[in-house]
Write a protein that binds this ligand. Sequence first.
Ligand code: 0RA
Length: 641
Amino acid sequence: MTRPKRTANASYGADSIQVLEGLEAVRRRPAMYIGTTGPRGLHHLIWEIVDNSVDEALAGFCTRIDVTLLANGGVRVRDNGRGIPVDKRSDTNESALTTVMTTLHAGGKFDSDVYQMSGGLHGVGISVVNALSRRLVVEVVRQGYLWEQIFEFGEPVTKVKRVKPMKRTGTEVTFWADPEIFEESTEYSAKTVITRLREMAFLTKGLEIRFSDERGEELVEETFRYAGGIVDFVKYLNANRDPIHNQVAYFEHKDDNAEVEIALQWTSGYTETVLSFANNINTHEGGTHEEGFRTALTKAINDFARSRGVLKEKDKNLQGDDVREGLTAVISAKISEPQFEGQTKTKLGNTEIRSFVQKAMNQALPEWFGKHPGEARRIVDKASQAARARAAARQARDLTRRKSLLESSGLPGKLSDCSSKDPEVSELFIVEGDSAGGSAKQARNSRFQAILPIRGKIINVEKNRLARVLQNNEVQSLITAIGTGIGEELEITKARYNKIIILTDADVDGAHIRTLLLTFFFRHMREIIEHGYMYIAQPPLYSVKVGTKTTWVENDADLDEIKKGLEGRKFNVQRFKGLGEMNADQLWETTMDPAVRTLLRVELVERFSAEETFSTLMGTDVEARRRFIQQNAKDVRFLDA
Ligand code: 0RA
């Protein structure tokens, strides 16, 4: 396929030519515009288009968005908004549609010169999708007609064509991502798309978003529409938890420059789930809106606790961690000029938003407590229990520290450490059971591979307070071996290994232990996962015995291959039962040797979907867990290879 180059045309001014070079820049350095050209960047293309349709809904002109994953690999996003304007603009002599599709809106640098958008952020990002698509078809229904224009690699290959008369209004964008840009894969994950669309629907009260996946044998369809907005979001997050009050608290506040909505509900659990958004973008790293929220929350609960005598004069104030124990909250801020900071640009930086949210909460939360005194009392009682438990946890943690100091190296006795002190090359295998631990110890390359055997089941962190968790021997060994500390005090630079590899049997018990371990890391050492240090080893699934020779087979496809090759000969296939069945050499060859092994790296998908997964798997709702495990028996959802 040849790629047409758009040459500078006499009717464009110098500024415009700069803009035209802009789209080439997107193709040259796609990561600058969409973060990565891996799966995350690929999905970003969909979000860019959907965001534009959602903007149209926020402006009050669109009530429904349809997103379809097409059998031919394309994606279609249709909305019933006003439609992108199609008129020719006198200054550029070009249809506004063409301009929107081909003009890069790089943070407002170029847009004011060439094309002034009528409203807010409209159309931003569409051109980036266009630049990174091998083909894109845009259809607009507006002014009584259907209009169409087609692009390849961001360049128009047709004019804006008036196709036929048509009533109503709307925009439909269909695009096929360019495989030369997205080398790794151009295949979308239905789960990722569904999760994000559901999130968008929660954040845009009343908007109907329909999803269809036409790629498989069976059509998959889902419709998202939440009349309750983020109140429904909190209910959804708490579906498998046990709320301690029925009504979700909800506040909103608005001025000329900003708007915030907050929904919250406490559960009987110990984990805190506070999700924040700024202009519908998940602010994973928090920021000023979250800070204002937390400050006001702590103050309101302490004030209430004092006024009702739960806290006496001599008592110390409840701390933030105490009042947020078991809390599920969603904060959604809309800001005219958001500043995104932080490593992943997901931290809200606008300082004025801190006091904006704080003031709104200072007003609304005491009011809500006043109207719901029974609920407020339960919330405050829970927070003061948490404060007492925190004191106990500190004691336990001090104990852990002292204990590790007693051992000469400061490392747990069960750890067979590697000789290298360079974290970049060092690996820690967390191995299920002492006997497998013994094999792994024999098998390993002791220069860079450390072994930590874990006996029995590690404590379930969803069901136990931190104090109990820290008293657990297995947990203590893990923490001291890894070296970073835990929770808010975790220092990732102190990690003694940059690969932490879970090695469990390929059976149900193994899967359970793996989930318990992952839950522990997710709750208390999340940065280990976020830094990409967390891996899962893949021991083989089968052994095939021909005569005296045993071959280990990783998956069903390979097994079929091998069976075909053995036609006519006698052989014996066994499903691999446990690590203990292999001797040290076999364990090295199949699972530990970096040259041949397969490791799965653990990655967090959208955080609230991970929240859902962990609290379902490890929480108190047994029925929900059973359902979940049945539905996902072979699908380790929060893992990405
Ligand atoms: C520019 C101006 C207007 C709407 C849009 C763009 C627009 C863009 C997209 C992208 C997907 N769906 C969209 N819907 C609308 C305002 C149009 C007016 O003032 O009538």
